[in-house]
Design a protein. Structure first.
Length: 163
């Protein structure tokens, strides 16, 4: 069974996913990296050249290919925008890594390759994105972890306890 990590960009899905996969002896799949490798472009290049809807199609295809694997899968922040993706996620365990907007903004202030952020008012942009996605994150997840007070290792331990 797959373990899907969902949450906002900057919540730690890739970092925690690698540790969790290593500790559980499972393969790790980062859907964004998978898409970048397949397309031979960065996520930002895909957004700029082909648009967000094209990227979301690639994201759904990548999820469909990976959902039957026994692996830890770090999903892109917008994976839950599609009802069919939310349904596919239910085939495994879904862990929502929840962080405050201020924490996300601090983590992302120097980040590159974040096509939905234009660096003018990161907190405002993150708040808008979170407002749109919050309900889907919370209703899709079987496990919700507030990442705020914890290190990636501690978050991994909490996930393993709740699985």
């Amino acid at each position: 069974m797959a373990i899907f990590l969902i949450g906002m960009m900057g919540s730690g899905k890739s970092t925690v996913g690698k540790i969790l996969a290593d500790e559980m002896g499972l393969p790790f799949v980062d859907l964004d990296s998978f898409i970048e490798n397949k397309e031979n472009k960065t996520i930002t290049e895909i957004f700029n050249q082909n648009g967000e809807s094209y990227f979301r199609k690639l994201e759904s295809e990548a999820l469909a290919k990976s959902n039957s694997k026994k692996a830890v899968i770090a999903c892109g922040g917008g994976i839950i925008l599609s009802k069919s993706n939310r349904k596919l996620l239910q085939s495994g365990k879904v862990v929502y890594l929840k962080a405050t907007i201020s924490t996300l903004a601090k983590r992302l202030e120097r980040a590159k390759n974040r096509p939905l952020l234009d660096k003018t008012d990161i907190e405002k942009q993150l708040q808008s994105i979170w407002d749109e996605r919050r309900n889907s994150y919370e209703t899709t997840a079987q496990i919700i972890i507030n990442v705020e007070p914890y290190t990636p290792k501690q978050i991994t331990k909490l996930i393993k306890e709740k699985l």
